[in-house]
Design a protein around this ligand. Structure first.
Ligand SMILES: [Zn+2]
Ligand SMILES: [Zn+2]
Length: 343
């Protein structure tokens, strides 16, 4: 079996790996589709020490075999994966912080992580990391459940209140999913902030009330909608450090900023502008398995549009050149999926 892995800066490899066999507590999942995440591209561009088991983490598949002791899933279940619930015995769990469980984390990206991610025909992983998804959820939508869960987690952790004016900064996949989650959560007016016109059109098609370029256009729009107060909350989904201060600047006094997009490098902030505003800045990382199940239900009931993000599906053989195209911005695709069984 071949598995796509990022080995370092600018280095992608289709590595030959043994077909996975489930160990005790594990399930082997046959991958139907796996999305290329911004973090996969970041790892390629910046040369992160990237765990093979998360290189390709946005997947949907079917359970093909289970190891000894597995009762949570069975053959034929449609599943996606996240971080397992807390183990109950580590320092974090005993401090009532199960969402930061170090044992669960080690099964995700640490020592006990799978040997490969979803850029392969199959993978074996701890069965308690799996979330069952509705049988009638399509493959394209299914591959977007993972990033949608990231967006949902950010909105659920945020200070968003019904009726709020919310800005969503950056209309890549996480932005386009966050704006939909913000609407579902009751935002009164959702403004997508994005320099690219094509992506602004995409944001409007997926339910944003307005889509504007950053800078003067944004300032004029907020002036008109809020009478100069500015947004109640900004969701920073841009994945670049520069937008952090911009997000603080676009919210009202006493407003809040939720950072969801993963940005490498260092950001510059103007402490006085944060202080003067009494702004609340929060961060959000990953999601719970329950949130993944919620996204599955929202998708089949038509309340969130996941397949609307998908631009196309490629084969494993095309993956290396496609990641390079994404890294060098030779494509403006929002979300590309890999079908590891094709080609
Ligand atoms: Zn991701
Ligand atoms: Zn634990």
């Amino acid at each position: 079996m071949r598995a796509g892995v990022i080995r370092g800066k600018g280095t992608f490899e289709l590595a030959e790996m043994p077909d996975p066999v489930p160990e005790a507590g594990e399930a082997v999942v046959e991958i139907h589709r796996c999305g290329i995440c911004g973090s996969d591209v970041h790892a390629y561009v910046e040369g992160w020490n990237y765990a093979p088991g998360i290189c390709g983490h946005e997947w949907i598949g079917t359970v093909a075999a289970v190891g000894a002791g597995v009762t949570l899933v069975s053959e034929g279940d449609r599943v996606a994966a996240g971080v397992a619930p807390g183990c109950g015995t580590c320092e974090e769990c005993r401090a009532d912080l199960p969402e930061y469980c170090r044992v669960a984390q080690s099964f995700y990206a640490g020592k006990r992580a799978p040997k490969n991610g979803g850029f392969a025909r199959a993978m074996s992983l701890a069965a308690n990391r799996l979330c069952k998804l509705p049988a009638n959820l399509g493959d394209d939508a299914g591959a977007v459940v993972e990033p949608a869960s990231v967006a949902l987690h950010g909105v659920r952790r945020s200070h968003l209140r019904v009726g709020d004016v919310a800005t969503v900064v950056g209309c890549g996949p996480i932005g386009l999913l966050t704006l939909q989650c913000a609407r579902i959560a009751g935002a009164g007016h959702v403004v997508a902030v994005e320099p690219d016109a094509g992506r602004r059109a995409r944001a409007l098609a997926l339910g944003a009330d307005a889509a504007v370029a950053p800078g003067d256009e944004l300032r004029a729009h907020l002036e008109q909608v809020t009478g100069g107060l500015r947004a109640d909350i900004a969701f920073d989904c841009a994945g670049v450090p520069q937008t952090l201060q911009q997000s603080v600047d676009m919210v009202r006094r006493g407003g809040s900023v939720m950072m969801i997009g993963v940005a490498g490098g260092e950001a510059t902030m103007v402490p006085m502008r944060w202080l003067a505003k009494e702004v609340t800045v929060q961060t959000s990382m990953v999601f719970t398995l329950d949130e993944m199940a919620i996204i599955g239900d929202l998708a089949v009931s038509g309340r969130i549009n996941l397949e609307g993000l998908v631009d196309g599906t490629i084969t494993l053989d095309e993956l290396g050149s496609t990641i390079d195209d994404l890294a060098n911005r030779r494509t403006d695709a929002v979300k590309l999926l890999v079908d590891p069984r094709a080609g």
